[in-house]
Design a binder for this molecule. Structure first.
Ligand code: ARG
Length: 401
């Protein structure tokens, strides 16, 4: 019996060529698996194409729900933003794709898994490390890393093997997208001095062309999970889709990031992530109302760590699970509503409220409702400033003058 391999199939030229190339080079039967995480694609057409090109079986899995609930929202609860800029759309999708590939490999009794990543990016690492964690017995085939073909050679290979090459392949950009965002690379973008041409943006309007009137939206959170928009309960997929469209319309969510890849190179990445650019600051605003100062500070460190774990392909590790458990615990009082203003490319927090808010008007106010005992401050400051005073007298009095 011929051995089987499960290939993550996007419908693009590289993974189409991979179907033929694997069959030729490894003499294996290819099962194509396409995963819907909210990219605007014709998945049925992709499935048919896989079969036309030579896969023995092709299937599509709708993973949007799990993606949002088990990957995107935990990252949101953690406030994960790689290097302060990238909301991690691609990075979050990879471990889930790997998991679904392994599940399929088991069902199909395949002996290998395959992906179309090159040898220069982060995605190959995320896939291969996930496979190592979930199914170390499966062989990993990475045609694009192995075949050493240039873009043109790949296209020639496709043409000579009767693989349809769509005209859009002439686009110089490499794109990866899902509900949480879109990544755009290559072409003129590889010069970090060049402003991204307007044509690369398809999810967002240019801020200067956005409506002249601001749009206000209210996002309701329940335990750190966004669950309503303008008072209406809404499921995760709909909420993220709606925010992508409304915020994108207002020019919110364009990100230009010179990023440190795991393989040691810097790369210039353009992202569009309207929903993430609204939800991350909204979520943080609610945490600022409901978490104590020390919780917030500690959680910031965890956010950095957690974002790196996601970026670096370490989803299926004990550390990821431990930090996720900590983050989940921090969210038990992060419930309430945040009011955001979308205007000309910016998403600004303009209001927040929570039944578990630690903000106390009677302590903060300067008017007559004031309950704060100002007379207690004097003694507090005496003790608080004591070590400063002591040291200054003995050691640094002269230096400070
Ligand atoms: N630089 C981003 C990341 O590493 C986006 C990668 C986009 N991936 C792709 N296959 N085009 O997560």
């Amino acid at each position: 019996m011929t051995d089987k391999v499960v290939l993550a199939y996007s419908g693009g030229v590289d993974t189409s060529v991979a179907i033929k190339w694997i069959a030729e080079k490894y003499d294996m039967d290819v099962v194509a698996l396409s995963i819907d995480m909210g990219a605007e694609k014709e998945y049925e057409a992709i499935r048919k194409k896989a079969l036309d090109v030579g896969a023995i079986k092709a299937m599509v899995v709708d993973a949007r729900d799990v993606f949002i609930s088990d990957y995107v929202f935990p990252a949101l609860q953690a406030d994960a933003l790689y290097e302060g800029q990238y909301p991690l759309a691609t990075a979050l999708a990879r471990p889930l794709i790997a998991k679904l590939m392994v599940d399929t490999a088991r069902l199909e009794e395949a002996t290998a898994v395959a992906h179309g990543c090159t040898g220069k990016g982060n995605d190959q690492v995320r896939f291969d490390v996930s496979f190592a964690a979930l199914a170390p017995d499966l062989k990993i085939i990475a045609p694009a890393r192995e075949w050493g073909m240039t873009r043109e050679q790949t296209i020639d290979y496709a043409k000579s093997h009767n693989i349809p090459v769509p005209v859009t392949v002439s686009s110089p950009y490499s794109i990866d997208e899902n509900l949480w965002g879109k990544a755009i690379e290559c072409g003129v973008l590889e010069d970090p001095w060049v402003e991204p041409p307007e044509e690369v943006f398809t999810w967002t309007r240019a801020p200067q062309d956005a409506p002249d009137k601001p749009c206000y939206i209210e996002i309701g959170f329940d335990g750190g999970i966004p669950t309503s928009l303008d008072g209406q309960k809404v499921n995760g997929i709909d909420l993220v889709e709606k925010l992508n469209s409304v915020a994108g319309e207002h020019g919110v969510g364009r990100i230009d990031h010179v990023e440190n890849r795991l393989v040691g190179i810097k790369s210039r990445e353009i992202y569009e992530a309207p929903a993430a650019s609204v939800l991350l600051p909204a979520h943080l605003a609610l945490e600022q109302m409901t978490l104590a100062k020390d919780q917030l500070r500690f959680k910031q460190k965890v956010a950095l760590e957690y974002a790196d774990i996601i970026y670096n392909g370490l989803w299926f590790t004990a550390l990821q699970q431990d930090l996720a458990a900590y983050v989940k615990s921090t969210q038990r009082h992060v419930s309430g509503t945040v009011r955001m203003k979308l205007f000309k490319g910016r998403a600004t927090v303009v209001g927040r409220k929570s039944p578990k808010s630690l903000y106390r008007y009677d302590l903060a106010t300067y008017d007559e409702a004031d309950q704060f005992d100002q007379s207690a401050s004097e003694g507090f400051i005496q003790i608080y400033g004591l070590p400063v005073k002591t040291q200054a007298q003995v050691q640094v009095e002269e230096e400070l003058k």
